[in-house]
Design a protein around this ligand. Structure first.
Ligand SMILES: Nc1nc2c([nH]c(=O)n2[C@H]2C[C@H](O)[C@@H](COP(=O)(O)OP(=O)(O)OP(=O)(O)O)O2)c(=O)[nH]1
Length: 133
């Protein structure tokens, strides 16, 4: 099975990170994720990131760095998630596709009911934040 390539955004405001809950209609419904989505043909990971955040929230953004990746086998699909640090450039966040979106304090990230592929990314993010303090 060929992994599905997905870009996921780490959007930070001080000690808070934007997290999104998948729509109850979708696969992995009600699980929390980092916003983003599947890379389309002829698109770079970064272009995908900016496009998805515009589609999902109506915001303009730019990729400022790469955190790391996590590959997870869900049985019916293998997802390869690449997590990027993203800066919010302009526009109010509108909840267009998610069940819910919220800013979560970094100390509370571990307590969210994450999509399984995200658990490794949360660990990487917490390690990164500890080492950059
Ligand atoms: N955007 C995003 N997707 C994630 C994360 N973790 C995770 O397992 N995924 C999975 C869910 C989906 O299978 C895929 C992203 O696809 P998508 O959000 O663009 O679209 P979708 O729900 O229609 O996906 P699918 O059911 O067709 O696989 O990656 C995450 O943190 N962010």
């Amino acid at each position: 099975m060929k992994p599905i390539q997905v870009s996921a955004a780490i959007i930070r405001k001080g000690d808070f990170i934007l997290v999104a809950q998948r729509n109850h209609h979708d696969d992995l419904g009600l699980k929390w994720e980092f916003p983003g989505g599947k890379i389309e043909a002829n698109e770079t990971d970064e272009e995908c990131m900016v496009r998805e955040l515009h589609e999902e929230f109506g915001i303009q953004s730019k990729v400022t760095g790469f955190l790391g990746e996590s590959t997870h086998n869900y049985g019916s699909k293998i997802v390869c998630l690449k997590a990027f640090f993203v800066e919010h450039v302009s526009g109010e966040f509108q909840k267009r596709v998610h069940q819910n979106i919220k800013w979560v304090h970094v100390n509370e990230l571990k307590d969210m009911d994450w999509a399984p592929a995200d658990i490794k990314l949360v660990d990487l993010l917490l390690e990164y934040l500890q080492s950059s303090n």
